[in-house]
Design a binder for this molecule. Sequence first.
Ligand SMILES: Nc1nc2c(c(=O)[nH]1)N[C@H]1C(S)=C(S)[C@@H](COP(=O)(O)OP(=O)(O)OC[C@H]3O[C@@H](n4cnc5c(N)ncnc54)[C@H](O)[C@@H]3O)O[C@H]1N2
Ligand code: MOO
Length: 340
Amino acid sequence: MQTIRVEDAVGTVLCHDLTKIVPGKTKGPAFKKGQVITEKDIPELLNMGKSHIYVWEVKKDQVHEDDAAIRLSRALGGQGISFTEPKEGKVSLIADFNGMCTINEDLLVQVNMIEDMVVATRSNRRPVIKGDIIAGIRVVPLVIDENKLQMVEHLSKEQETIRVKPFHSLKVGIITTGSEVYSGRIEDKFGPVVKEKIESYGCEVFKQIIVPDDVEQISAAIHSLKAEGAELILTTGGMSVDPDDVTPRSVREAGAEIVTYGAPVLPGAMLMVAYLEDVTILGLPGCVMYHKTTIFDLMIPLVLVGERIDKAMVAKLGLGGLCLNCKVCSYPVCTFGTGA
Ligand SMILES: Nc1nc2c(c(=O)[nH]1)N[C@H]1C(S)=C(S)[C@@H](COP(=O)(O)OP(=O)(O)OC[C@H]3O[C@@H](n4cnc5c(N)ncnc54)[C@H](O)[C@@H]3O)O[C@H]1N2
Ligand code: MOO
C-alpha cells in the first residue's frame, strides 16, 4: 500500500472504497476498491476532498484482478462459452447454446490448487440451456502474480477445462414392448412419456412400433427402425426378471453390442445400453414411465452430444445415483447422478 497525490494516481489501483455523500441525495461508494484510476476521475476525487489516496503498487510481474480474471476465463473457457465483463475480479461463463456442461475435472482441481484464484462450476455432464451461467471465475486479491496466470495458461494449452458440447437433434424410434399393450388390454402410457421427454431436447420421434413380449418381433423392430434411419432407439418395458421380460435378450439377439444391463441408479436399475453399429439403443425399464427423473435423464445428454457410453461411465453414476424423491423435483439442479 502506498499514499500518493491524487494528481499522480492515474493507472493505479485503489485500496478501498471511497464514499461520496451529497446531503439529502446520495451516500455510497463513488469509487470501488480495486478500481483503476483514470484521468477523468481526478476532478471527481478532488471534488470529494481527496488530495491523497491509498493505492496498490502494481509491480511489473503483477496483474490487476479484472485483467487477471479475463485472462483466466479465456484460458479455461472453451467451446460454447461467452464471458461477462469482469466485476470485482469476477467473470461469469455463459452457455452460448443448449447442450451438456462439460468440465475437465482433473484440470479444474489443478487450477483450484493454485493460490489466489477460484473456479466454481456447475456439475459435470448436466444439460444446460443457452444463457445459463456455467461457471464463475474469481481472482481473490486485488493483484495477482503473473506467473500464477501463466501456470493456468500453460495447463490449459491443449485441453479445454469448461465448455458446452452442443446437442445433436437425433432421429429417434421407439419400440414399446408388452403383450398387454399390444393386445389393447391396456392403453400405452410409456411411449408418450418417452416421446415428450426426448423431443423436449430437440429430437424427432419419427416412429413408434408396439410389439408383444416376443424376441423375434422385438429384434425385427430394432432392425426395421435402423433401416429407416434411426440414430437412437428407445425400447420400453420388459426389462426385469419375469419370464415375459425378454427385451434385453431381444436386443442381444438383434446383434447389438451390450455395454451394460443394469445401472447403479435408483430409479433406473434395469437400464440397458447397447450399440448396433452406430445406433444407440437404450432399454428403458418401467420406472421411466412412472418417475419424473430417472436414469433416462442422465443418459440423454451423453447420447445427444455423441459420447460413446462405456461401463465405467455408468458405474460412476452410483455415487449420487439415489434419487431423493424431493417433493418438488429440481433436476438438473440437484445431486442426482452427479458423483457427489
Ligand atoms: N425381482 C425383481 N423384480 C424387479 C426388479 C428386480 O431387480 N428384481 N426390478 C424392478 C425394477 S427396478 C423395475 S423398473 C421394474 C422393471 O419393469 P419392466 O421394465 O420389466 O416393466 P414391465 O414388467 O414391462 O412392466 C411393469 C408394469 O408397467 C406396465 N407397463 C409397461 N409398459 C407399459 C406401457 N407401454 N403402457 C402402460 N403400462 C405399461 C406393465 O403393464 C406393468 O404393470 O421391475 C421391477 N421388478
Ligand atoms: O429400473 Mo427400476 O429402475 O430402478 O425402478
